[in-house]
Design a protein around this ligand. Sequence first.
Ligand code: ATP
Ligand code: MG
Length: 368
Amino acid sequence: MSVPHYRVSVIKGDGIGVDVAESALAVAEAAQRRVGGFALDLRPIRAGARYFAETGRDVEPGGEEAAGEADAIFLGAIGWPEIRHPDGTEIAPHLRLRERFQLYAGVRPVRAYPNAPRRLADPRAANIDLVIVRESTEGLFYSAAVHGRSPVVTDDEVQDVLRITRPTTEKLHDFAFGLARKRKARGGVGRVTCVDKANVFNSMAFFRRIFDERRADFPDIEVSYNYVDAQALDLVRRPWEFDVMVTENMFGDILSDLAGGLVGGMGMAACGEIGEAHGLFQPAHGSAPDIAGRDMANPMAAILSAALMLDYLGEKSGNRSLAAAAAVIDGAILDGFTANELRPMEFGGNMGTRDVTRRLIERIEAGP
Ligand code: ATP
Ligand code: MG
């Protein structure tokens, strides 16, 4: 019997990106074998700094088009300190993909696991389980990332633009409310916090106004509001009280690093970048040249990102086997940490990338 195939463009990239991408996809395939009901068609695309150094291109010919036709894109990490474009800018084809496919919603789950480091002594920090939804195509990054440069640059003055548009913001808030609803169906609280600076910026008051318009379609979801400065304080003081947060591009950039730091660090920070027709999944960390090629990277961020990808494919296709496979991965990670079987070197443990991967696959194959 033939099952639906989902095509995934795989860009392993540079440094530890290669190792954690291989790890994450091996875990995803283990979950796929366990659950069945679908198959993954993994198609590699060569891209990144090393590829640029060899060929003078940052993505292989046809690679961007192939990524556009895939059901999802999975990326390890891209970048290398010594390898840059002739004008000095970083090799960053993934930013071009974000722009090209208008991946407006950056999804950053932050969750505490037993036996993983926690910065807060309060026992309630064990309950941290939140998601930051960061707008990723406009906001205060608009001038830098999209516009290419600041609109006013003289010797006496430079301006950047904080751009908020209705179409993107409506989609963003709908996405955040939909995510809260999905989490509620799985036992979450079902609340979205709008994080802004509506008391100061017209653009941010507009962001909040659209939030209020869109909430009407989600009466089952609670809402709250926080100014970004207060949110930074609250993420340190009572992060366990938050569910989904939705915010502007730069606010989200800063807050997601802060929140990630509460529960382990770079090696645990997963990321999905979602657009209307495309989704790109990658660990939030970079290529980590200092530990590259030494089997030391924590693959967990990439593995959690692969679980996000399976969930996304499930939602997009309506095939429930994919959500089940994502749940198998999430469950194996939680159980593995609880049993103290997952001890990545990043946390002072004795397990390299391969050991962590092997242990997780064994758990998945053994079943519940
Ligand atoms: P980018 O510019 O892409 O953000 P970066 O140079 O700022 O990259 P990362 O590569 O994300 O930084 O990582 C910073 C440091 O954190 C690394 O040099 C490494 O020591 C550590 N680190 C990052 N990811 C991991 C991981 N998965 N496992 C272990 N350590 C990691
Ligand atoms: Mg960085």
